[in-house]
Design a protein around this ligand. Structure first.
Ligand SMILES: [Zn+2]
Length: 388
C-alpha cells in the first residue's frame, strides 16, 4: 500500500471505525447514513498518524531545529509535492506587551484569512487525485481563500455564498475567476446548495468539517503556535467560533503533538461566539445540542445556525479544560477599535471577538494575568469595513 507521509488511517470520531486513505472521502459511511443538511455532522473523520515514527524523526535532530515549514510537514496528511504554489501559513506570532497577550496573525495569509490553511490541503488533495474542480459553501472567507488557492494551481472553484456576504470577499472570489453562486438565505442554505452540487458533479467538496482535510489544514496553525512558542503550549488559545472547525483544527494540532510525545499539557481553548450565534456555547453548557435561534451578528464569519463540527468542538473544549463564552456585537465593535488602536492589527469583527472574549474571561477570573494567552486572528479588517 502506498504511504502518504506519516498518515496512517482515518478514524471516525463518532463510532471509532477505521478506514484506509482512499476507502472513504468525507464522513464515516455508517454514522452519516441518517445525516441531512440542517444537522451538525456526525461521523466526522479524524486523521491518525504513525506517531511513534513521528516521535523518532523529530528526536533525530531535535524538534526546535526543524524549520517551521518542515516541522508542520511532518504532521501533514499530504506530500509537499502536491501543495499548491501559493505559500500559506508561517504567519507572525509575537507578544503585545501593552495588552499582555500574544497574537497569531493569520490575517496575513495570501487571501487575508486563516481559511487558506484548509484550502491549501484541499487543493493538494485534488491534485493528488487528479480532480479539476472543488466546490465550497462559505460566509465569504473560505470562498475567497479557495478561489485564490485554486487559481494558483489551475483548478476550478465553484463557490456558494449567502447573498449578503461582505462585498470585499465576493470581489476576491470574482477576481480569482471562481464560479460564484449567490444563495438566497443564510450560510446554512449555502452549505446545502454546495452539498447538492457536489452530489451531482465530478468534484471535491470543501464544505468545512465535511471533508476531514479541512480540519487537518487548520491544524497547521496550532502546530505553528507550538513551534513559534519555543516548542511549548501556551496556557490559553482564544478562538472565534462559528462552525467549530478552526477550534477542532487547533485541538487536533495539540492532540497530534501529545500523541507523538511532544508535550504533556494541552493549552486550554476558549471558544468565543457572538451572542446570537451561540449553538456551541449552549451545547457545552447544557450537554444537549440545539440550533442557534436566530444568528444575526456583525461578525459574519461566525454567524452560523447549525455548526457543522459542533460535536468535535465541544469535545475540544472539554478535553482541554477550556470554556466557551458569548460576546455582544457592541463588545466586538469596541474590541475591534481597541485591537486596531493598541496593537496596529486591523481585524474583521469575528477575529476581534477574541479580544472581547479575553476581557470577559479576565473579568470573571477564568483567565489570570500571569497566564500566557494567544489570540487567534483569522481575518483581515479590510475584508469587512461595515461600521466605519
Ligand atoms: Zn462512524
Amino acid at each position: 500500500m502506498k504511504r502518504f507521509t506519516y498518515f496512517k488511517q482515518w478514524q471516525c470520531t463518532t463510532c471509532g471505525r477505521k478506514y484506509a486513505r482512499d476507502e472513504v472521502t468525507y464522513l464515516c459511511p455508517t454514522c452519516s447514513i441518517d445525516y441531512r443538511p440542517g444537522m451538525p455532522l456526525t461521523g466526522v473523520l479524524e486523521a491518525v498518524f504513525h506517531y511513534e515514527e513521528i516521535s523518532r524523526v523529530l528526536a533525530q535532530k531535535g524538534r526546535q531545529n526543524y524549520s517551521l515549514r518542515d516541522f508542520c510537514m511532518v504532521f501533514s496528511a499530504l506530500e509537499a509535492r502536491d501543495y499548491p504554489p501559493l505559500p500559506v501559513g508561517n504567519t507572525p506570532f509575537y507578544k503585545v506587551e501593552s495588552l499582555n497577550l500574544w497574537i497569531k496573525n493569520d490575517a496575513l495569509n495570501p487571501s487575508a484569512s486563516f481559511k487558506d490553511r484548509a484550502s491549501q490541503l484541499m487543493v493538494a488533495e485534488a491534485k493528488r487525485l487528479g480532480i479539476g474542480e472543488i466546490a465550497c459553501a462559505s460566509t465569504g472567507n473560505a470562498a475567497s481563500s479557495l478561489a485564490a488557492l485554486c487559481a494558483s494551481a489551475g483548478i476550478k472553484a465553484v463557490i456558494f455564498c449567502p447573498e449578503n456576504a461582505p462585498a470585499a470577499k465576493l470581489a476576491q472570489v470574482k477576481a480569482h475567476g471562481a464560479e460564484l453562486h449567490l444563495v438566497t438565505g443564510s450560510y446554512d442554505d449555502a452549505f446545502k446548495a454546495a452539498m447538492e452540487y457536489s452530489a451531482s458533479h465530478e468534484c471535491l467538496n470543501r464544505n468545512t468539517a465535511y471533508h476531514p482535510l479541512t480540519i487537518e489544514g487548520k491544524k497547521s496553525a496550532g502546530l505553528e503556535i507550538y513551534h513559534q512558542n519555543g516548542c511549548k503550549s501556551p496556557d490559553w488559545i482564544i478562538i472565534p467560533v462559528g462552525d467549530g472547525v478552526i477550534l477542532a483544527g487547533i485541538h487536533k494540532a495539540f492532540i497530534d503533538l501529545k500523541r507523538s510525545g511532544q508535550l504533556v499539557k494541552l493549552p486550554r481553548l476558549l471558544a468565543v461566539q457572538a451572542e446570537s450565534s451561540d449553538a456551541i456555547t449552549s451545547y457545552w453548557e447544557k450537554g444537549e445540542y440545539q440550533d442557534a435561534a436566530s444568528p444575526e451578528t456583525i461578525a459574519d464569519s461566525i454567524s452560523v445556525k447549525t455548526p457543522s463540527n459542533a460535536h468535535w468542538a465541544v469535545r475540544a473544549i472539554k478535553e482541554t479544560n477550556g470554556a466557551a463564552i458569548r460576546v455582544s456585537d457592541d463588545e466586538i465593535n469596541q474590541a475591534r477599535l481597541d485591537l486596531a488602536r493598541k496593537t496596529g492589527v486591523f481585524a474583521e469583527p469575528s477575529s476581534t471577538a477574541t479580544l472581547a472574549g479575553l476581557y470577559k474571561a479576565k473579568e470573571s477570573g477564568l483567565i489570570r494575568d500571569n497566564e500566557q494567552v494567544v489570540l487567534l486572528i483569522t481575518g483581515h479588517g479590510l475584508k469587512d469595513i461595515a461600521g466605519f
